[in-house]
Design a binder for this molecule. Structure first.
Ligand SMILES: Nc1ncnc2c1ncn2[C@@H]1O[C@H](COP(=O)(O)OP(=O)(O)OP(=O)(O)O)[C@@H](O)[C@H]1O
Length: 292
């Protein structure tokens, strides 16, 4: 659905994106992660045909992003990172204008989305809060029911309830067979929506990972409080992976060995069990920060 081959775009200051190769398959949600300035927006703008690459090719729905940009911009559901609207228009005017540009007559989906995101679009855009403008952008990207969505930090400025609303919307679209590529800084949002994740750093794609298999491999840390010191000794000699012992509290890391874990636990007088889940954030943080 989306294909990026050897894509390179270098700005005069030497920054940019370098030799990117990845594909977003039909019906998949592809999360695009990376620190500030990594090159996410640059990649997305290339895909939307707003800038010319130095090298490489990009296609969406089989359309060439450079020579068929107009068609792509009409058919893809695109949400820019920085939303620049016609400030003097009301939200409704802007959405109707977009419908007109795309020759969409049916307003049912637009109205449903406005209701879903609780947007009063009658206000002038320049008087809207950042979150309200973001909602206008989301509705504009989704209302023509496109096959492919390209979304640059879609939940930026949205409150937690609306973020959840957005995640639900993405998952609904995925179940309808739509293809989504979205950049984000919010790991939870990626974890709850994406099938695969691409990580970009300093303009280079440093990883493409399958989120489902990462989730399956995530380890759980159980924090167990027992009644007696003998129980601690028993657990220490059980062959389980112990990450910390503090008095009558012991932390046990379990990834697959649940049988051994429960058998040994049943031999102890357990007072409490807490679980610390390893998150996608902990897995991906290695790509952030300097020098790692
Ligand atoms: N028009 C431009 N001219 C020169 N440098 C640019 C231009 N646009 C972006 N850059 C630089 O290219 C790099 C990539 O920027 P880009 O906006 O693609 O990053 P990003 O991953 O989207 O970042 P963020 O998460 O902060 O939005 C940055 O170092 C940025 O300063």
């Amino acid at each position: 659905m989306i294909k990026v081959e050897n894509l390179t775009k270098t700005y005069k200051n030497g920054k940019g994106i370098f030799d990117l190769n990845f594909e977003v398959k039909e019906g998949e949600v592809f999360g695009y992660l990376g620190p500030n300035g990594a090159g996410k927006t640059t990649t997305i703008r290339q895909l939307m045909g707003f800038t010319n690459a130095d090298k490489g090719s990009t296609t969406i729905l089989g359309l060439d992003c450079r020579t068929q940009a107009e068609e792509i911009q009409k058919s893809v559901g695109y949400l820019p990172g920085e939303i620049a609207f016609f400030d003097n228009m009301t939200g409704t005017d802007f959405l109707q204008f977009m419908n007109h540009m795309r020759q969409t007559k049916d307003k049912t989906r637009m109205n449903q989305l406005m209701e879903r995101f609780e947007l009063d679009a009658s206000r002038k855009i320049r008087r809207m809060s950042k979150g309200m403008k973001q909602k206008v952008g989301i509705i504009a990207a989704f209302m023509h029911d496109p096959k492919v969505y390209i979304l640059d930090e879609p939940t930026s400025g949205l409150d937690p309830l609306m973020q959840k609303n957005f995640i639900d919307l993405i998952n609904e679209e995925k179940s309808r067979g739509k293809t989504v590529m979205m950049s984000s800084h919010i790991f939870e949002e990626i974890e709850r929506t994406s099938d695969r994740v691409g990580v970009i750093r300093d303009g280079i794609l440093v990883a493409v990972e399958d989120v489902h298999s990462i989730k399956a491999d995530l380890r759980k840390v159980f924090v167990i409080t027992v009644d007696k010191n003998e129980d601690i000794e028993l657990l220490k000699s059980s062959g389980l992976e112990i990450s910390k012992v503090s008095g009558k509290q012991i932390e046990i890391v379990v990834s697959t060995d649940y049988q051994n874990f429960t058998t040994n636990l049943s031999r102890c007088k357990v007072l409490s069990i807490d679980i610390l889940n390893q998150s996608l954030e902990q897995v991906f943080m290695k790509y952030y920060g300097k020098g790692e």
